[in-house]
Design a binder for this molecule. Structure first.
Ligand SMILES: *Cc1c(COP(=O)(O)O)cnc(C)c1O
Length: 393
């Protein structure tokens, strides 16, 4: 970090050094403007934290009926694994457009409206594009979106139906990002890529504020976060810093665990090598598309937060992800997205390897609704025109 300052109220992308910009608040003013008691009286959803957010005008807040996402305990699986601490899933699939991308994009689009931007573009593996399309359409802002050509049809169609001009690209998300970056001048759009503008992370930060409030202004022992661009992990870390600075929480921090897939694990590799940056991961592949991010502009911020928290980065393979998802849905009734399932696979592996303690209270992020993803097919059939063999049920 260089300590350089950029004015609020101007349009910002990356810093002059090509690094992410982070929003800073006058925390003295903030702590006079709101209290825990005032907050407790407010309605649901992340706009309840508006003093912690950059949008100045109420009428620029774009909302689609956000909720405070529930913490759901998984006691059956915890006891099966011999954990004595609570195993908790924060289910982000309940947000508008079915993923936690709604948090970041609600903020980015609201700020775009406040700053008078009229055309936004981004690369996406699906969920970010859907959230941007929805919020931007609601704000009357035009969007152009690029996704890898193997993005599931349901995501691409959702993006198109919610008003975006969406294209498949024969490449991965970083290839799509290149098109957005290069087209900035020529097409006149604003680049809303992960961490290439300062406001998506402010939206993702609300996960940290929400967690702290839900836990009565304490924090869990460990957080397993499926890490692609890392906005959520960096955002939560920022939230904890701001909450401590205003005296709402103490200095205890959860260990931040960055979860990736073995087919795309640049952060894990850099973490293990003791590096500050994570070079591009070649031939990235995993069924967990949300964490198929071969290179992250905020790599050093992810690694710093993970290390400062005494956490770690861990990779799980696709078979473990599928098995973990199936176990969670069959035993606890929670249908996870593959990235959410990856956090449960990582939790199991970390417990087995003794990297976390059995008594830890752990929070896993299920970042999207499992309903958007392909499920194993079912072909069992009853022919009602023949006698039914009731013995088979
Ligand atoms: C975007 C996304 C992620 C990764 O989140 P980041 O905060 O960008 O690292 C994980 N899972 C799903 C389903 C996503 O859409």
């Amino acid at each position: 970090m260089t300590g350089e300052r950029y004015e609020a109220g101007d349009v910002h992308g990356l810093s002059a050094a090509g690094k992410p910009l982070l929003v800073r608040y006058d925390l003295d003013i903030l702590s006079c403007a709101v209290s825990k008691e005032v907050l407790a009286e407010r309605t649901d959803g992340f706009w309840r934290y508006h003093e912690f957010l950059p949008v100045a005008q109420i009428n620029n807040r774009i909302s689609l009926g956000e909720v405070v996402t529930p913490l759901i305990s998984a006691p059956r699986l915890a006891s099966k694994l011999g954990a004595t601490g609570e195993l908790i899933i924060k289910d982000e699939g309940r947000l508008p457009t079915g993923s936690f991308k709604a948090r970041g994009l609600a903020l980015a689009v609201s700020m775009a409206k406040e700053l008078g931007l009229n055309h936004l573009a981004m690369p996406t593996n699906g969920n970010a594009g859907a959230a941007m399309a929805a919020y931007a359409s609601r704000a009357g802002i035009k969007t152009t979106i690029f996704c890898p050509d193997d993005t599931p049809a349901v995501n691409v169609e959702e993006i198109a139906l919610q008003g975006a001009d969406v294209y498949r690209v024969n490449g991965l998300i970083n290839d799509c990002g290149k098109i957005v970056g290069e087209g900035k001048e020529k097409a006149g759009w604003f680049d809303v890529s992960t961490l290439k503008e300062p406001y998506r992370i402010e939206g993702k930060k609300t996960m940290g504020l929400e967690l702290a409030e839900q836990f009565g202004w304490t924090l869990p022992d460990v957080i397993f976060y499926p890490t692609g661009g890392g906005t959520g992990l960096i955002g939560m870390w920022k939230a904890f810093e701001e909450l401590e600075a205003i005296g709402w929480i103490g200095s205890h921090r959860p260990r931040m665990i960055a979860v990736q897939a073995t087919g795309c694990a640049p952060i894990v590799k850099a973490f293990e090598a003791g590096e500050e940056h994570a070079p591009l991961w070649e031939n990235a592949h995993t069924i967990a598309a949300g964490i198929r991010v071969p290179v992250a502009v905020g790599d050093f911020l992810i690694l710093r937060a993970v290390r400062a928290s005494e956490g770690f980065a861990i990779a799980v393979d696709d078979d473990a992800i599928l098995a973990a998802g199936e176990e969670m849905s069959k035993e606890e009734g929670l249908l996870l997205c593959p990235e959410g399932a990856a956090t449960y696979a990582a939790y199991k592996q970390s417990l087995a390897d003794g990297r976390i303690s059995r008594s830890d209270r752990a929070v896993l992020f299920n970042c999207a609704t499992g309903l958007k993803y392909p499920m194993p097919s079912v072909d069992k059939f009853v022919d009602r025109t023949k006698p039914v063999d009731y013995g088979r049920f």
